[in-house]
Write a protein that binds this ligand. Structure first.
Ligand code: NCD
Ligand code: ZN
Length: 344
């Protein structure tokens, strides 16, 4: 197989930032994706429906001339989110509410410290069928960073699903074999996004032969066996698993630092990176369902007009890209050529 044509895909987990950074990165996503579920972890976060609609307008205003790209907005759950915000969100077409355990990742300081106290909000989500999108990691110092997703699934997600049997949930950027097994067993109201980077590399890429900050993201890269479980899920045709890049740009100096921040930028070559992962296990024919069908089915989003073609052929992605205001970013895995390319 040297060519693959698919409907324009959905990125079900994307960080677009704001201001000059938004203007710098948005064209990369708009070139490949018809639409995206946009994460709300701005500074300050997107807390209300009004915040989300204003952010949506800034995204639309930053689109390149003629681009056809739909941002689907989300809200950032805080300890103060009022239950009646959920109904407003649904009426405004917001597609989900994101749960960041406080301190779990980049810009999560205003996230949730006590999930039990938010039962009234969660009950509203369940009643109205609005998905809870979850950064699934515990944050206690006592739990090893490589175990934080598994422990979250066992101690937080499992009881939450028992307590709210109708709540739709997306376990975002699932990274572990334990997470995959849990989603598989949980039934159709539970789904998971999978990033390209977690399908392509494991923690050796981050740590062997030197520490590589551009491979540092959260949840952190796991073992080879975990990566194999993710690949198996992505290529299985199970509609519970779909594409979400978690493309999360940061300026080079913020990552190449004594305390570098978490996030990999993959939007410059998102489909190409997924194609490489799927082709690597001989399952390229499964990519259209994973990238363009399963996520839209879960969210009830219409199929877009237009198609996109990937062709086999080596090319070298740039090692630096502009990130606005004189800053630059280094895309994920730019040190080696890619073997698939989206045709213009
Ligand atoms: C994300 C970011 O930079 O916003 N970082 C990351 O490592 N994935 C936040 C997130 O999704 O955890
Ligand atoms: Zn993310």
């Amino acid at each position: 197989m040297d060519r693959l044509t698919l409907p324009r895909p959905l990125d079900a987990h994307l960080h677009l930032r704001d201001g000059a950074a938004l203007a710098a990165v948005l064209p990369d996503s708009a070139r490949q994706f018809a639409d995206a579920v946009v994460m709300p972890n701005l500074k300050p976060p997107v807390r209300s429906t009004a915040d989300a609609l204003a952010y949506r307008q800034r995204i639309v205003a930053a689109l390149p001339e003629g681009a056809d790209f739909q941002p689907h907005m989300t809200l950032y759950l805080t300890d103060q989110t009022p239950p009646d915000e959920v109904e407003k969100a649904v009426a405004a077409g917001i597609v989900g509410v994101k749960l960041y355990p406080a301190g779990a990742t980049t810009n999560s300081a205003e996230g949730v410290t006590d999930l039990d106290a938010l039962r009234p909000v969660l009950a509203e989500l369940s009643r109205l069928g609005l998905p809870l999108l979850i950064h699934g990691e515990v944050t206690h110092d006592s739990v090893d960073i490589f175990d934080r997703e598994r422990v979250f699934v066992e101690t937080v997600l499992s009881p939450l699903l028992d307590a709210l049997p109708d709540l739709p949930v997306v376990l975002e950027h699932v990274t572990s074999a334990a997470g995959v097994a849990f989603v598989r067993a949980a039934g159709p109201r539970v789904a998971a996004t999978l990033t390209a980077h977690h399908l392509l590399v494991d923690r050796n890429a981050l740590l062997v032969g030197g520490i590589r900050p551009h491979y540092y993201c959260l949840p952190i890269l796991k073992r080879r066996e975990d990566r194999e479980a993710l690949l198996e899920a992505a290529t299985s045709g199970d509609p519970a698993f779909f594409l979400g890049t978690d493309s999360a740009p940061h300026a080079v100096d913020a990552k190449e630092a004594a305390c570098g921040c978490a996030g990999c930028y993959t939007a410059h070559a998102a489909l190409e990176l997924y194609a490489e992962a799927f082709d690597g296990v001989g399952c390229l024919d499964r990519l259209p369902f994973f990238a363009a069908t399963a996520g839209r089915r879960f969210y009830g989003l219409p199929a877009p007009a237009g198609r996109l073609t990937l062709a086999r052929g080596e090319w070298q992605p740039p090692s630096q890209l502009p990130f606005g205001e004189g800053r630059s970013l280094r895309p994920f895995r730019s040190e080696a050529p890619l073997s698939w390319r989206v045709l213009a």
